[in-house]
Design a binder for this molecule. Structure first.
Ligand SMILES: [Zn+2]
Length: 503
């Protein structure tokens, strides 16, 4: 296969920093000063070692000393309660100390008072399903779209790791203050640590390598994203190896990989017991009703995808509710694959502004390949419609009172880190949820998957992870990407300044 003209990227050797300054911020509100983010001169070809060294020079902004009062915004607190039209939220030491109607929420005398009338104040968004080992671009999954002749898979992995500070910054600029990495190489544990050292990054929860009955050989590396399991004893050895890294959750890819489903379920049950014994929850990929039902019976805590092959009966969803299993519909990723492979990928306004341009370009380049050189699976086709079973199952899950989380599966081909969640939320509305229900899912619901009770709502005592919007998300869910400011742990960021620093 010949190289297509558009793809090769320049090999960058240098990087510079640019401070985030209030001068670049929107007037009226000061933003974090003194913090720096890595400017995007690191191409995806730059090696990980260089990025690791550079990451040491990126430091966290100090928490603001005085309490801060956000006064006048419409508060949508993430609990599902009605919005508060004229609200005051007081933040001190990185935490929310008061939130409510301005009439009954006095501003302390020593507080810095910020007039945010005309804005909407929400909890920071939480993407409950992403994969840092995947870029969202065309090279992300050679087992699905094999472009290894253009870029060997280890090179793609190195590029993805080199770009992690940018990926984290883009995620925060998208209003996302926490993410859950639902499976990837052992190095994803380092991303959790990295995110704590960077000023411009979300909080990160990590599952580590997926345990799977089938391993796609195209994904083989010296630190693969998944570990193939054949028997109980081996499953326990591998589960313990992952658990030793203190994952926030464990992930099992539950697919029908052989005719011996009894053996498969036996090791899955053993892994679940092992994880639960040390207080680690288990997230399961199970998209067939039969497998999802089995996963829940075996003890799954989180379903990371919709059931898509059939409409499940109400009993299934009452079972999820009774056991406290979280249902993450993950609606958009299938459609996103079909848009990329069907050459109908057109980035939304949010994706163009917030997404990784290299990932977007790699997908657009598919359409520019001569038809005779298109790889297997790539041909012009309309994007897949929203799966009707998914729509009905989501409605039934809601009706049964199941906790719904919002997860994009970002990193898969066509699902971009950051704006991928906005596309997912849009589709959740198309699937019948109200914007308020979607916002609750993407904050309070996703916080359950994250495994933290100190984020996800705007309430006294919670961490100050906030989102300030320029337009009403209850009128149009797409307004969640019209971000005035994003606050993590009390530190304010202007998304435009973050994005400028990445250019
Ligand atoms: Zn996934």
């Amino acid at each position: 296969m010949r190289l297509w003209a558009v793809t090769p990227l320049p090999l960058a050797r240098t990087a510079t920093t640019r401070p985030i300054r209030g001068a670049l911020a929107a007037p009226g509100i000061p933003f974090a000063a003194g913090a720096t983010v890595r400017r995007r001169l690191l191409s995806p070809y730059t090696d990980w070692a260089l990025a690791s060294v550079l990451a040491l020079f990126v430091w966290a902004a100090p928490a603001l000393a005085a309490p801060v009062a956000y006064v006048g915004a419409t508060l949508i607190d993430g609990t599902g309660d009605a919005p508060v039209a004229e609200a005051t939220v007081i933040v001190d030491g990185g935490r929310i100390v008061a939130a409510g109607p301005s009439s009954s929420t006095p501003v302390p005398a020593d507080a810095e008072r910020l007039d945010v009338r005309g804005k909407w104040l929400l909890p920071g968004l939480i993407d409950a399903h992403i994969h840092f080992f995947q870029s969202g671009g065309a090279f992300a999954r050679p087992d699905i779209l094999d472009l290894r002749a253009l870029r060997p898979y280890p090179d793609e992995g190195a590029a993805v790791r080199a770009a992690l500070p940018q990926t984290l910054a883009r995620t925060l600029a998208s209003g996302i203050t926490s993410v859950v990495d639902a499976g990837g190489p052992f190095w994803t544990f380092d991303v959790r640590d990295l995110a704590e050292t960077l000023a411009v990054a979300p909080r990160v929860a990590v599952a580590g390598p997926l345990l799977t009955p089938r391993f796609p050989p195209q994904l083989a590396t010296d630190d693969p994203p998944m570990i193939q399991i054949a028997a109980v004893e081996q499953a326990l050895v591998e589960a313990r190896r992952v658990l030793a890294r203190k994952p926030d959750l464990l992930k099992i890819w539950f697919i029908e990989a052989s005719t011996d489903m009894v053996a498969e379920q036996r090791w899955i049950a053993a892994v679940m017991q092992e994880a639960h014994a040390v207080g680690v929850r288990v997230a399961v990929h199970a998209t067939d009703l039969r497998l999802a039902r089995a996963a829940v019976d075996l003890g799954a805590d989180i379903l990371v995808h919709s059931v898509d092959d059939a409409v499940a009966d109400a009993q299934f969803f009452f079972g999820l509710h009774a056991r406290g299993v979280v249902y993450t519909p993950t609606l958009a990723v299938t459609q996103n694959y079909s848009r990329a492979l069907g050459l109908s990928f057109v980035p939304s306004a949010a994706e163009s502004r917030l997404g990784d341009p290299a990932a977007i370009q790699s997908i657009r380049a598919l359409a520019q390949m001569p038809p005779s050189q298109r790889p297997a699976g790539v041909r012009p086709a309309a994007a897949a419609p929203l799966n009707a079973n998914m729509v009905v199952n989501l409605r039934r899950a809601r009706e049964a009172g199941v906790v719904i989380a919002a997860g994009s599966d970002a990193g898969n081909i066509g699902t971009l880190h950051g704006p991928g969640l906005h596309r997912e939320m849009e589709l959740m509305v198309v699937a019948g949820m109200t914007p308020m229900q979607v916002l609750v899912a993407a904050t309070k619901g996703s916080a359950v998957v994250l495994g933290r009770s100190d984020v996800g709502t705007v309430e006294a005592g919670k961490l100050a992870d906030l989102l300030l919007l320029d337009a009403d998300p209850l009128v149009d869910i797409r307004n969640t990407s019209r971000i005035f400011a994003v606050v993590r742990g009390g530190t304010r960021h202007d998304p435009n300044v973050i994005l400028q620093s990445l250019r």
